[in-house]
Design a protein around this ligand. Structure first.
Ligand SMILES: NC(=O)c1ccc[n+]([C@@H]2O[C@H](COP(=O)([O-])OP(=O)(O)OC[C@H]3O[C@@H](n4cnc5c(N)ncnc54)[C@H](OP(=O)(O)O)[C@@H]3O)[C@@H](O)[C@H]2O)c1
Length: 208
């Protein structure tokens, strides 16, 4: 696993706001990143390609999954469930990171991931933090980033390293049974930012 730790191959499914920040910053940290997109000529794919980021390529979803050791889902929750159903065989053996948020009428992505992929090592992470905050690098102190999921120690080490590379201190709240707890933090963040109009930074402080 050490060879994976020094040079990770990541597939980020979805090249929208959240996927681009995660993919770009993890590529800057030295990982090889392949974005998996549904349209190679979409506006989001073009935004990635035009930037000529080092260590970053754009590919089809199936090719990106085949390439990655770690697969980050950064698509809407309904699309995540669709992709898990369609590519469940390709996803066997991968470390899965479910970054999908809590959209209105959203789908239970972690259930689908657990049910469809054999012996899966899956985490819910980055779902409760905005792309703007993930993209910041000027924090006075290292902020905490909560996640939950697999207790496989190799997979936990990989996720902890990725979170540290993004500039956060990883805190595993617990196993998959803690997904509702993590999602409730995401709900608190949404209310603070969208309804009460607190800035993302204050919200981050309140939740870490
Ligand atoms: N943005 C944030 O601050 C934030 C924070 C926390 C969680 N999240 C979560 O992260 C996920 C992505 O959010 P986002 O802000 O990045 O959204 P976005 O900017 O709208 O990007 C969504 C991406 O998903 C792709 N996609 C949509 N439907 C798809 C499908 N059926 N099959 C394959 N790909 C599909 C889109 O493809 P095209 O490029 O072809 O349109 C696009 O690349 C959501 O679940 C959101 O709730 C976002």
């Amino acid at each position: 696993m050490n060879s994976v730790l020094t040079s990770m191959r990541l597939a980020v499914l979805g090249a929208g706001k959240q996927g681009r920040v995660i993919g770009h910053r993890l590529a800057l940290a030295g990982n090889s990143v392949r974005f998996g997109v549904r349209g190679l000529h979409s506006a989001n794919a073009a935004q990635v390609l035009h930037k000529h980021w080092d260590n970053v390529e754009v590919d089809t979803i199936a090719s990106a999954i085949s390439y990655g050791d770690v697969i980050v889902f950064a698509v809407p929750s309904e699309a995540c469930v669709e992709l898990v159903l369609r590519h469940s065989r390709l996803l066997v053996g991968k470390i899965i990171v479910d970054a999908t948020g809590l959209e209105e009428g959203g789908w239970n992505t972690m259930n689908a991931i657990q049910q469809q992929i054999k012996n899966v090592r899956a985490f819910r992470a980055f779902s409760n933090i905005s792309s703007e905050v993930l993209d910041r690098s000027n924090f006075l102190t290292i902020p905490d980033l909560f996640y939950c999921g697999s207790d496989d120690q190799d997979a936990v080490n990989v996720l902890n390293l990725l979170i540290e590379q993004l500039g956060f201190r990883p805190i595993r709240l617990g196993g998959l049974s803690e997904v509702p707890l993590l999602d409730s933090l995401a709900k608190v963040r949404t209310i603070l930012v969208e309804q009460l109009h607190f800035s993302s930074s204050i919200t981050l402080k309140a939740l870490s």
